[in-house]
Design a protein around this ligand. Structure first.
Ligand code: PGA
Length: 250
C-alpha cells in the first residue's frame, strides 16, 4: 500500500516571527512543486499565526511542537489544541525526546496529549526513541514498545491518516550521527508489527512512520528508500530553506 511521504521540519526554539515568515514562504514554494509528497513545518508557537497567514493557499502543513490535553484553563505555558487549530495547524508533535528528557514528560502525559489532540481534530505525531545506553544494552525494542503501547493506551485509530509515528533515536538527534537505513528499517518494521497488534492490520499498514535524527539532504534518499520509512522529521537541516528543500526533493 502506498503511503505518501511526509517531510516534516521541527524548528524547535528557533526563529523570530520575521525570520519564520521568510523561511516558511521559501518552504511553501518548495512544497508546492511536489504533489507526490507532503511537507510540514512546526515553527515556534510565537510565529504560528504570522506563518499561517503567509503560507495560506499553499500545500504546506503546519504543526505545533507540543499540545495540551485540556480545552482551556490554568495551565501556564501550555497551548490548547483549539489554539493550534486557530493558528492553522493540522498536526502536533508529541513526545519529542527533548520533551521527555529535558522537561520530564512521561508516557502517561504523552498519552493524555495524544488523546487531547485527537479529540480536537489534530493529527498527532508520536515520537519514540531509545538512548545510546539503551541501544547498547539491547533494550531498543523493549523501550520503544513501552513508549508506543503506553503512548497509545486507550486510543482507537479508525483511519490510517489520523496518526503518525516518528522514530527518533536519541543518540542521533542533533549529533550528526544518523541511524543507518538498515537500523531505521529494522525498528520501523517492528513498530508497524506492534501497530498491527494495537489496531487493525489494514490501519497499521496505512500509518506513516517517520525517521528523525540528523537527516540531511545527502542521507535522506537512502533512508526514504526503505519500505517502512515513510518520511522524515528534520531538526537542524530544516532551519534553512536550501537544505530543507534538498530533503523535500530527496
Ligand atoms: P536533528 O533533529 O535533525 O537536528 O537531528 C531531529 C529532531 O529532533 O526532530
Amino acid at each position: 500500500m502506498a503511503r505518501t511521504p511526509l517531510i516534516a521540519g521541527n524548528w524547535k526554539m528557533h526563529k523570530t516571527v520575521s525570520e519564520a515568515v521568510a523561511l516558511a514562504r521559501a518552504v511553501a514554494a518548495a512544497a508546492d512543486k511536489r504533489s507526490d509528497r507532503e511537507v510540514m513545518i512546526a515553527p515556534p508557537a510565537t510565529a504560528l499565526s504570522a506563518v499561517s497567514g503567509a503560507v495560506r493557499g499553499s500545500r504546506l502543513i503546519l504543526a505545533g511542537q507540543n499540545v495540551a490535553w485540556e480545552k482551556k484553563g490554568a495551565f501556564t505555558g501550555e497551548i490548547a489544541p483549539a489554539m493550534l487549530s486557530d493558528c492553522g495547524c493540522a498536526m502536533a508533535i508529541i513526545g519529542h525526546s527533548e520533551r521527555r528528557h529535558i522537561f520530564g514528560e512521561d508516557n502517561a502525559m504523552i498519552n493524555r496529549r495524544i488523546k487531547g489532540a485527537m479529540a480536537h481534530g489534530l493529527i498527532p505525531i508520536l515520537c519514540v526513541g531509545e538512548t545510546l545506553d539503551e541501544r547498547e544494552a539491547d533494550q531498543t525494542m523493549t523501550v520503544l514498545e513501552k513508549q508506543v503501547r503506553r503512548g497509545l493506551a486507550g486510543i482507537n485509530i479508525v483511519a490510517g491518516d489520523k496518526l503518525l509515528l516518528a522514530y527518533e533515536p536519541v543518540w542521533a538527534i542533533g549529533t550528526g550521527r544518523t541511524a543507518s537505513s538498515a537500523q531505521a528499517q529494522e525498528v520501523h518494521g517492528h513498530i508497524r508489527d506492534l501497530l498491527a497488534q494495537l489496531f487493525e492490520k489494514g490501519i497499521a499498514a496505512e500509518i506513516r512512520i517517520l525517521y528523525g535524527g540528523s537527516v540531511k539532504p545527502d542521507n535522506a534518499a537512502e533512508l526514504m528508500a526503505r519500505p517502512d520509512v515513510d518520511g522524515a522529521l528534520v531538526g537542524g537541516a530544516a532551519l534553512e530553506a536550501e537544505s530543507f528543500a534538498g530533503i523535500i526533493n530527496f
